[in-house]
Design a protein around this ligand. Sequence first.
Ligand SMILES: [Mn+2]
Length: 340
Amino acid sequence: MEDPVEKVRNALVPHLEELDEERVAVVADIDVDGLASAAILGHVLEGLELDFVLYFSPPANFEEVVSGIAPECDVLIAADLGSTARDAVQDAKSEGCKVFIVDHHQVLEDVRPDVFVHDTRLCAAELCYWATLDLHERDLKLLAAYAAFTDYAEEHSRVLREVLKEYDRRKVYTEASLLDYALVKMDGDDRRELALKLPETPVPELEEVYELAREAMEEEHEALQRAREVAECLEEVVAYAIMNDIHPAMTGRVASHVAGVMGTPVGVCVRRGKVSARVVGEERVDVARAIRKAAKEVGGKGGGHAPAAGGVVPESRVEEFLKLFAEEVKKQIQNRTKRS
Ligand SMILES: [Mn+2]
């Protein structure tokens, strides 16, 4: 298979250099991968003296966000988002927008953007990094490395490998984790401000990040404690916690925690019909697929990566969804054991 870095190296450069008077909107996910993607793209767009705005959206709201900004822009760049958003892409194109997507999520439908920078082996920020490399006026490796770490995309990450030659991993991972926690407590304006600062300001100098990270860590500690109290098991393979009042950014963390504590390969957290699932340990389960199948049965939808995925189901049918999901996970595990 082609090396992912060579595949995307400078892939965005000619498309960005061609722009002049166009108004550019960047829409990125709300995690560190989205933040670092926006920071890298922002740096490049600023260097090209283009007119741009950074927006942040969780994948579930992407379509809505796009419909709000498409009429106001000429080029829409989706980062860490977009691979599963055929309708949103079509809407933007019908508004006369050019659509660029830089993403690493599994492609499940024919999305047809004008430019597609895609590989599932690297995180989105690393794709942004390599795809714009020749336009960097500063060294942005650390930003992409933070995202490779927080997005669990270390295996194929060349930036992380290079960064860890220059810096001790404790520095890199601590700074990445601080950003990860601080983001939980940030709104769109905070994220935009942070993304614009990041290419020039080292994380240890970002005072606001410490206090917000501390608050989020405290909240996580409480959420995990409560999750242990409400956790239940299904089919002996799925542990789940239904927690309607936790922070939306905590659901993935709760999902892996309950799996670990209950000793199951898969953990799930449900918050007001929004589902997060995680695979822990060695079992090779594709939870993106399991969510998609089970959610469809109850009138919901889902997607993501094999070890970490999410979805939305009607709140009244959560129990039914969980049952179908656990059956699907069990089937995957049984089929695998049968085959090997
Ligand atoms: Mn990502």
